[in-house]
Structures are given as structure tokens and as C-alpha cells.
Design a protein around this ligand. Structure first.
Ligand SMILES: C[S@@+](CC[C@H](N)C(=O)[O-])C[C@H]1O[C@@H](n2cnc3c(N)ncnc32)[C@H](O)[C@@H]1O
Length: 214
């Protein structure tokens, strides 16, 4: 992650140029999602292909669910006027973040899966996208100083976090003080009815919101 943004703390290791802020052994984590990280690492190569994304959208959202291209368009519109730094939380291979990066929007993608991040780095290099940086970190402990971001994306992931409120609070810590969370977070989730992530349950993966209560 080469950038002018202060990283806190300093990364412990750097694999293939991707800073790593996670010290613990995730296979022993109390969080079942984190324990499955090797599977997520392995999925990275097919994640954005026809073998995964459209199938998952249809399974969760039905055959009328929006396509990835439509979802990307929706997210892009939400941050169209944002200038500065955008955090892509649980970015996968930068599925949304790398597509909204521009000369006026610098994107920082964090994820727990090194496989996803590596794949993201491969795509950004191949697609010649500047202004995208990746780091391995948990949403619960984002390795950035307070108030350095202008917006955050959190797509397809809120339902995976052990504590959604902690995750949203940690994101909110990073926004410039002039921003309210309502202006700053663009999110979507696969969350289903009764999952406990109320307010974002209506139409899976196609519900985008500006978080209104952090
Ligand atoms: C379904 S993918 C979403 C990827 C991308 N944002 C998208 O919308 O296509 C969920 C991602 O969340 C990451 N993840 C799960 N729990 C996490 C946590 N506690 N902190 C950071 N990333 C996490 C996984 O590694 C995975 O890459």
C-alpha cells in the first residue's frame, strides 16, 4: 500500500507488496467466517467470473437480480461526486473499488483474504488502473489514522462480520470530521430476513443504503 495515508500501526509483514496487519492465526479464530479463510483464498480466481458472481446473485436475489455491471453502476453513481480517499472494506479482489478509482479518487481496499487481495493486485495491474492500494486487515481494526477518508464502500460483506455495529463504528472513525456517516458509507449485503442486520434485508444484494445510524 504505497500512499501518503498514515498507516497505523506499521504492517508486520508484506507479502508480494501487500502489507499485512493481521497477526493472529485465522484458522483458530472464534469467528467461523475467518476460520474459512483458506476457502475464500482459493475462490479468489473464479470470484468475478461466470462460475461465481452471477450464480450467487441469482441464488440469493432471484433471476431478476441485478447483474454485477448494474451493481457497479449503482455504487459508482453513489460516489460520483466524491473526491479524495475511498476505503473499500472487505474489498475482495477490488470488485467495486478498482472500478471507481480515478485520478480524483484514491481507493484503499482492505480484506482478510490474501488470496482475494493478490487477485485484486493482478487485475489492477492487468487493467492498468492507478490509484488503488490493497492491504490485509480486519474491518474491526482498520489500520488507518482517524479522519483520513472521504467515503467507504462495504459491498456484499456486512452480513459476514461478527459484529456489524463495531464494523460500522470502525469505518465511521476514519471519516473526515466534516462528513456525516449518512454521506460517507455505501453498502450492500446478502443479508436475508431474520439475519439480524435489519434495515438492509429487503432485496438481497440489491439494497444500497447510506447508513443512517452508527
Ligand atoms: C462476498 S465477498 C465481497 C467482496 C466484494 N466487496 C464484493 O462485493 O464483491 C466478502 C469478503 O469479505 C471478506 N471478509 C470477511 N470478514 C471480514 C472481516 N472481518 N474483515 C475484513 N474482510 C472480511 C472476505 O475475505 C471476502 O473477501
Amino acid at each position: 500500500m504505497r500512499s501518503a495515508v498514515p498507516l497505523v500501526p506499521k504492517p508486520t509483514q508484506s507479502k508480494e507488496g501487500i502489507p499485512d496487519f493481521i497477526l493472529e492465526e485465522l484458522s483458530r479464530s472464534a469467528d467461523p467466517v475467518l476460520r474459512r479463510m483458506t476457502t475464500i483464498d482459493r475462490m479468489a480466481r473464479i470470484y468475478e467470473t461466470r462460475l461465481w458472481y452471477p450464480i450467487v446473485l441469482n441464488v440469493y436475489g432471484g433471476f431478476r437480480s441485478p447483474s454485477l455491471a448494474q451493481l457497479i453502476e449503482t455504487v459508482s453513481q453513489k460516489v460520483q461526486t466524491t473526491k479524495g480517499r475511498v476505503l473499500d472494506v472487505a474489498c475482495g479482489p477490488g470488485t467495486y473499488g478498482r472500478r471507481i478509482a480515478s485520478p480524483s479518487k484514491e481507493v484503499f481496499g482492505i480484506d482478510v483474504s490474501m488470496g482475494m487481495l493478490r487477485q485484486g493486485a493482478v487485475y489492477t495491474a492487468k487493467e492498468g488502473i492507478p490509484n488503488v492500494h490493497f492491504a490485509r486487515a480486519r474491518v474491526e481494526a482498520l489500520p488507518f489514522a482517524d479522519g483520513v477518508f472521504d467515503a467507504a464502500l462495504c459491498c456484499g460483506s456486512l452480513h459476514l462480520f461478527a459484529d456489524t455495529v463495531i464494523a460500522l463504528r470502525e469505518m465511521a472513525r476514519l471519516f473526515r470530521s466534516s462528513l456525516s456517516p449518512q454521506e460517507a458509507v455505501v453498502s450492500s449485503s446478502f443479508a436475508g430476513y431474520g439475519s439480524g442486520v435489519s434495515g438492509i434485508t429487503a432485496s438481497m444484494y440489491s439494497t444500497f443504503l447510506r447508513c443512517s445510524s452508527i
